[in-house]
Write a protein that binds this ligand. Structure first.
Ligand SMILES: Cc1ncc(COP(=O)(O)O)c(C=O)c1O
Length: 399
């Protein structure tokens, strides 16, 4: 079969490492998995009130297709949700998708052509990188500064922008670093976008999963610069398998991008209808949501604390403290590995601990990091870090 060349640059490290782990599992080894950002794969579950709402949606006959733009009561609930984040919107400017992954696919499908570029944080979740490549565009990596809590380096970002830049991506809190961006930095990014008249894609899918600080929504910081505010059920509501995400077009001077997006969205008919109906309850029942958060946030915070402490105690590694999401992105300061991919694969083969290599997150090739998740329970985390510690002891100093 001839495979389309547009797939040449498309990779997805998070799932690619799994194939290696599966080979070991076939040989009977038990793998400690610190690789996947799915809370439901560990001991966190979708809040009961949302699960009940889904059962009710199915029983009450919401089993057909929905409106391609999204179930209207859900779009209205998103408007209220946005209001809680400090910005006004209208149901007409909200689109519901099969997760943010589909939204990014359709956005870049509507925006990016060969010759265009998109400014992407480095490091960042591979979704953006992959779809820019798929649509023939160029990714421009804008460095996040590890020495400054992984905040965007706005001077570096400005240098990446030119007349062919179609969008600037901001992920806050970020995957894979777990960092939150200070308000001043967000405002500086907005200034750059405003200067060059470029929309910002603001991925805020982890903005409820935060430990000490509350992040500002980008759309709450400007009434002029076009922002696509992006959020969803997957992480904040612990329901990634339901495939519900939503985007809101804010401050656009006209409807051209939304209309182009909808042209594509109509082809895929609709996102999951019963899940959309249940999401109305997920968003509107704040009391139940706050009660659910009171259970899962302290759990995650404790795991974050263990992860941060243990990683910084291991000789040869260091790690910035994650302030949101459920990821840490430690740096490999010492050891014989030419790239972080070799580190991750050797760690997997020798100690049966599965992480993801840093270069899979739009990182420059000369840096060495890996992503680890702090979703597993304390016992698994401690055992994983014991193994990583032993691995480092055995290898640091080797050529
Ligand atoms: C930053 C970020 N954006 C988007 C997604 C995908 O979200 P969804 O499940 O809504 O497609 C992920 C998933 O890990 C993510 O980390």
């Amino acid at each position: 079969m001839r495979i389309a060349r547009r797939l040449d640059g498309v990779t997805y490290a998070v799932r690619d490492v799994v194939a290696e782990a599966q080979k070991l599992e076939k040989l009977g080894h038990k793998i400690l998995k610190l690789n996947i950002g799915d809370p439901n794969a560990y001991d966190l579950d979708t809040p009961q009130y949302i699960k009940d709402a889904l059962a009710k949606a199915v029983a009450s006959g919401h089993n057909g297709y929905s409106d391609s733009q999204g179930y209207f009561p859900l779009r209205e609930a998103v408007v209220q949700f946005n209001k809680g984040k400090g910005f006004d919107s209208t149901a007409d400017n909200v689109v519901v998708t099969s997760g943010l992954s589909e939204a990014v696919n359709l956005l870049f499908g509507a925006m990016v052509e060969p010759g265009d570029n998109v400014v992407i944080p480095s490091p960042s979740y591979p979704l953006y990188d992959a779809f820019v490549s798929y649509y023939g565009g160029e990714k421009r990596l804008a460095l996040l500064d590890e020495s400054n809590g992984w905040a965007p380096d706005v001077d570096d970002l400005r240098k990446r922008v030119d007349e062919n830049t179609r969008a600037i991506v901001v992920i806050n809190p970020n995957n894979p670093t777990g960092s939150l961006y200070p308000e001043k930095v967000l405002r500086d990014v907005i200034s750059v976008a405003g200067e060059y008249d470029i929309p910002i894609l603001a991925d805020e899918i982890y903005d409820e999963l935060v430990y000490e600080k509350t992040p500002k929504s980008m759309a709450s910081l400007t009434k002029d610069v076009p922002i696509v505010a992006m959020n969803g059920l997957s992480k904040n509501f612990i329901a990634p398998g339901w495939r519900v995400g939503w985007i809101t077009f804010c401050n656009f001077p006209d409807d051209s991008l939304k209309n182009a997006f909808m042209q594509l969205a109509r082809i895929r008919l609709s996102s999951n209808f019963p899940a959309q109906v249940a999401t109305v309850e997920a968003l509107n029942n704040r009391k139940a949501y706050v009660a659910a958060k009171a259970e899962f946030i302290p759990k995650l915070q404790k795991r974050r604390d263990i992860t941060y402490k243990r990683l910084n105690e291991i000789h040869g590694l260091s790690c910035v403290k994650p302030e949101g999401a459920f990821y840490a992105f430690p740096r490999i300061n010492e050891g014989p590995w030419p790239t972080d991919k070799e580190f991750v694969l050797q760690l997997l083969r020798e100690k049966h601990v599965l992480t993801v290599y840093g270069v899979g997150f739009a990182q420059p090739a000369n840096t060495r990091h890996f992503r680890t998740v702090f979703l597993p329970n304390e016992q698994i985390l401690e055992e994983s870090f014991n193994r990583i510690e032993a691995f480092m002891k055995e290898n640091v100093g080797k050529k």
